[in-house]
Design a protein around this ligand. Structure first.
Ligand SMILES: Nc1ncnc2c1ncn2[C@@H]1O[C@H](COP(=O)(O)OP(=O)(O)O)[C@@H](O)[C@H]1O
Ligand SMILES: [Mg+2]
Length: 373
């Protein structure tokens, strides 16, 4: 049996492991927290620091293949492992490009991938040279996650809010829709693309409100999105499961926002709503099996379960029974014992033919199911 390791033990690793049970594979996870969501679902859990060269190298050298569920890992160690014959998915080179938002944007520019105009700054002082460029989104090169590390700066009076670190300053896009596309690509370069999903954001939290799939798009826009996302993933030149986030602006122009070289929050719905889920697809890629089918079984909506503001401590799910009693509604809890404001604690997928009904049920779930302590 192949030995395959995952760096990181969060919910993405957890859902990946849930799918691993269907394959002949021995699973390994490294993470520093033994109570993490993935810890008890793998064959071998190793306590270690995914940012440490030594820890990643020691973990990886006994494996046939290694993948990630978070970008903040030690890429130098992965590079060495790749040299020594371990299959690293995504490739360390692709990971290096995506891991840093500055390098990522420069990569798009160099490869003719449409993306919002940008400049780079090294610190807060450097922002002063670009007041004329505002309003813009400032994005930390590295270290941001879940909307932290990204902020809109509207004008020079907001300079004091600026991040004091290397970052991208990206022209504010007049967003009509936010779209995400998942693509699987195997070691031979075969590709499988999922239908785009539409993400509806909470303007206050800068966090996903709900998601709907497939996105409601004109054919022309759909083709543009697919062509751009495929071009991007091809240009990265790596096997793996990729998520590409895009904006459609008010003029109907398609721009790449960012990409992730791993299973992604915008692909949770594929567990119930598609023939092969993003997790299943990644195992096929890691194990050198044929790619799965991305065909949709039914349209879906998806709600993230986020820790309520003002509640911290032992988690309690309010309204869980009510939601579990709803038809075509699938609850996924991530097994985190402790909640805190804004923490991703689970998600709920809703299946159905009628888009109106999917949105209505998404709101019903949001109103009913609350993560408290
Ligand atoms: N250039 C931009 N113009 C307007 N809104 C933006 C821009 N860039 C990002 N945003 C908003 O901020 C959100 C988070 O930005 P993103 O770069 O995707 O960071 P994260 O890594 O947190 O997902 C986006 O989903 C979008 O709603
Ligand atoms: Mg994003």
């Amino acid at each position: 049996m192949k030995k395959i390791g995952i760096l990181g033990g969060g919910q993405l690793g957890r859902m990946l492991l849930q799918e691993a049970a269907n394959y002949p594979v021995e699973t390994w996870v490294m993470e520093n927290d033994p109570a993490c969501p993935a810890a008890h679902l793998c064959h071998h859990f190793i306590i270690g620091n995914i940012r440490s060269y030594e820890d990643v190298y020691q973990f990886g050298k006994q494996l046939d293949a290694i993948t990630i569920e978070i970008e903040a890992v030690n890429v130098d160690a992965l590079e060495q492992l790749e040299k020594e014959g371990v299959k690293v998915v995504p490739s360390p080179a692709a990971l290096r490009i995506i891991k840093n938002k500055i390098v990522q944007k420069e990569f798009y520019q160099a490869n003719g991938i449409p993306t919002a105009e940008f400049v780079t700054v090294t610190d807060k002082e450097g922002l002063k040279e670009h007041f004329a460029f505002l309003p813009a989104a400032q994005k930390l090169g590295e270290g941001g996650y879940d909307g932290k590390g990204v902020q809109l700066l509207h004008g020079e009076d907001e300079w004091h809010l600026g991040f004091d670190a290397p970052s991208v300053l990206e022209k504010k896009v007049a967003i009509d829709k936010e779209i995400a596309v998942l693509i699987g690509i195997d070691s031979k370069g075969n590709m499988a693309i999922y239908p785009p999903v539409e993400m509806v954001f909470d303007p206050q939290l800068n966090l996903l409100d709900y998601q709907i799939a497939p996105a409601d798009l004109q054919d022309k826009t759909l083709w543009k999105i697919e062509a751009i996302a495929l071009k991007l993933v091809k240009a990265l030149g790596s096997a793996g499961l990729f998520a590409v986030e895009l904006f459609i602006d008010k003029e109907g122009e398609v721009l790449v926002n960012e990409a992730a070289p791993r299973v992604h929050n915008s692909g949770h719905h594929t567990i119930e709503a598609h023939s092969s889920s993003q997790y299943d697809m990644l195992w096929r890629i890691l194990l050198d099996y044929p790619l799965g089918s991305t065909a949709a079984i039914l349209p879906s909506s998806l709600v993230n379960l986020i820790g309520e503001p003002e509640f911290s401590g032992d988690v309690r799910y309010e309204g869980l029974e009510e939601v579990l009693a709803m038809e075509d509604v699938y609850v996924h809890l991530y097994g985190k014992n402790q909640t805190k404001p804004g923490r991703k604690m689970g998600h709920v997928t809703i299946l159905g033919k009628d888009r109106h009904d999917l949105v209505r049920k998404a709101h019903q779930v949001k109103r009913t199911l609350k993560v408290k302590s």
